[in-house]
Design a protein around this ligand. Structure first.
Ligand code: ADP
Ligand code: MG
Length: 600
């Protein structure tokens, strides 16, 4: 029997690939605009005729292509953006598979006009169903113009499958909006059947939103800004009044790519809880920056679903960031304490500097507190603590082990309405509901801020050991410890070299109980773990590592004073909402929710 397996002719292979890349006119729009962005364009025009069925044209002023490159760009797997498989993991450009132009050219009549800035003449290429019909020099603007005519002209089944002009055009507009939002610094225009639909000058994101969605958005946006060691989130959310009956205007970008993730969408809408009418959808355009290693991106070019390795942590940060933005702009009822000033609202209503804010919180908390109590639980700290620099009183909280306190099986209550639940959570009434604070996460946040301050220039106090301990480390750990000697001392440790790979530890950070040896070893271990998992800068890493090791743990019983102090200090942190690892430190169970259980 003769051999029957043959390689497919390129044109057919391209057509098959096209089925994946180009599903409808909007997918071609996305690929062409992304190429223009990758080419460094500062101005991009999109021309559409008959919802893309007869014409999709993208004109850019980017770097253009040489004669040879213009020809090469049509080959499958031809790309200027990656050279090795390794590059796949360092992608900063939008496209990378070198498939788009080849695929689109396989199912349309394509005209490419392109010119390098330094050349006088450009190149014109006419392609039909992958076949190059003409290539010649031409006079044209610098940059590239690609026209895609009669999409699917050679696959009637697919062409018939296209939806009405209205539907296809709305898909195009959607892609256009996503790309324009993600690149506000690039000027965009969209012209449909010779009518200018969008004319977007280069601008700030807020202005871009207004230009895209309407003037009435101007006063209706609240900025979102949050940064943890895991991710950074920026962007805008709309006031509840701006919410639409349709889901359309909701955008999440991860590392500047539009993505879909229902779980995150849910995090955002649930932060609006109680503010939205049933069946209405708030506006948001949020940008998450996260190390790509925490993201499982499906590299299929048309897929927008992605997953995070720690969805819950991302959820927590997004939820709090939105909640805070809502509170900060008085869009939501402020989540302040029943009897206290609005700590969270203050925190977010910017103009205060970090120091001013801290001062204010500190004096507030002194006023609020029963001073006798404070004296009992606060110990005098040496005068160099930055945290309380500007106040008269230099104090710090001490969390003693409560083992020798009387254990009680029921929750403890203070006059302020604080309870401890399961020795894990502190529960406190607020004006708008009941706040649950995770004691361990809260304490980690407090310590993290404190250690970071110490590492940034104001060394912390040390408590001297009665009996200095020796600690022998592995050679690499010893080297690491020596390398970070200055930082470790800033945290409050005192140590000296005491023989080969051995240290004599004579002091450790104040207000921590336990063995200095174990703490030191634990710090090094945690540091190394963070290093391999989180890639934090040294100071953040050390601060986080020590905070994690030194924090009190879930399961520890707290006295009312300790609870009180923990809450005070948490909300004096510039960023009280999460643990340094991004876990939420608290949430509020809405009073409206409580009421809903009892509605008659
Ligand atoms: P990819 O974007 O994945 O590299 P494409 O098929 O979309 O693959 O494009 C192939 C190549 O053609 C790109 O790598 C780029 O070098 C070139 N190219 C495409 N569009 C443009 C453009 N508008 N300006 C300059 N070069 C472009
Ligand atoms: Mg591309």
């Amino acid at each position: 029997m003769p051999d029957i397996i043959q390689l497919l002719p390129d044109a057919i292979a391209n057509q098959i690939a096209a089925g994946e890349v180009v599903q409808r006119p909007a997918s071609a729009v996305k690929e062409l605009i992304e190429n223009a962005i990758d080419a460094g364009a500062t101005s991009i025009k999109l021309l559409i005729k008959e919802s893309g069925k007869t014409l999709i044209q993208v004109i850019d002023n980017g770097q253009g292509m040489s004669e040879t490159d213009a020809r090469m760009s049509l080959e499958r797997h031809a790309t200027s953006k990656i050279r090795t498989a390794d590059d796949l993991f360092r992608l900063r450009t939008m496209g990378f598979r070198g498939e788009a132009l080849a695929s689109i050219a396989a199912v349309s009549q394509m005209e490419i006009k392109t010119r390098l800035p330094q050349e006088d003449l450009g190149t014109l290429l006419l392609v039909e169903g992958s076949e190059v019909k003409k290539q010649e020099p031409t006079a044209c603007e610098k940059g590239t113009s690609i026209s895609v005519k009669n999409l699917f002209y050679n696959i009637p089944a697919r062409r018939n499958f296209l939806k009405s002009n209205g539907v296809e055009m709305s898909h195009i507009t959607e892609e256009f909006q996503r790309l324009a939002l993600a690149h506000p610094n690039i000027a965009f225009a969209l012209i449909q059947n010779d009518e200018l639909l969008f004319d977007l000058p280069s601008s700030k994101l807020s202005q871009r939103i207004v230009n895209l969605f309407g003037k009435n958005y101007q006063s209706q946006l609240a900025p979102v800004q949050e940064e943890t060691s895991l991710l950074k989130i920026t962007g805008y959310i709309g006031r509840p009044e701006l919410a639409k009956k349709k889901r359309g205007e909701q955008f999440i970008f991860v590392n500047n790519r539009f993505i879909r993730n229902n779980y995150l969408g849910y995090a955002i809408t649930s932060a609006y809880e109680g503010l939205l009418q049933e069946g209405s959808f708030p506006f948001y355009a949020l940008f998450i920056d996260i190390d790509p290693k925490h993201v499982d991106v499906n590299v299929h070019p048309t897929k927008t679903e992605i997953k995070f390795d720690d969805e819950r942590a991302v959820y927590g940060v997004v939820w709090s960031a939105v909640k805070q933005a809502l509170g900060a702009h008085n869009l939501a009822p402020a989540i302040d304490f029943a009897d206290d000033v609005n700590l969270i609202g203050k925190l977010s209503s910017q103009p205060l500097s970090r120091e001013q804010y801290y001062d204010e919180q500190f004096s507030n908390s002194l006023q609020r507190s029963n001073l006798q109590n404070w004296e009992k639980i606060f110990e005098q700290e040496a005068p160099n603590s930055r945290l309380f620099d500007k106040s008269e009183q230099k104090t710090t909280v001490r969390f003693e082990s409560s083992l020798n306190k009387q254990e009680s099986t029921i929750a403890d209550e203070t006059e302020k309405g604080l309870f401890q639940y399961q020795n894990k959570y502190i529960i406190r009434a607020t004006r708008n509901g009941i706040m649950f604070i995770d004691q361990q996460s809260a304490h980690e946040r407090i310590l993290f801020e404190k250690y970071l301050t110490q590492l940034k220039g104001v060394p912390g106090n040390s408590q001297q050991s009665l009996f200095p301990q020796t600690l022998t480390l592995s050679a690499p750990d010893f080297a690491l410890a020596m390398e970070m000697e200055r930082e470790i001392v800033a945290l409050g440790f005192r140590f000296e070299v005491f023989g080969k790979n051995t240290l004599l530890i004579s002091g450790m950070p104040a207000e921590i109980s336990g063995s200095e040896k174990e703490l030191f070893e634990g710090l090094i271990e945690q540091f190394k773990k963070n290093q391999s998992e989180l890639h934090l800068p040294i100071r953040e890493n050390l601060a986080q590592a020590l905070a994690k090791r030194a924090s009190m743990k879930s399961g520890q019983k707290l006295s009312p004073e300790e609870m009180e102090a923990l809450v005070e200090r948490l909300f004096a942190c510039p960023n009280p909402n999460f643990s340094p690892e991004g876990r939420p430190t608290f949430f509020i169970f809405d009073s409206s929710k409580i009421e809903s259980y009892f509605t008659r």
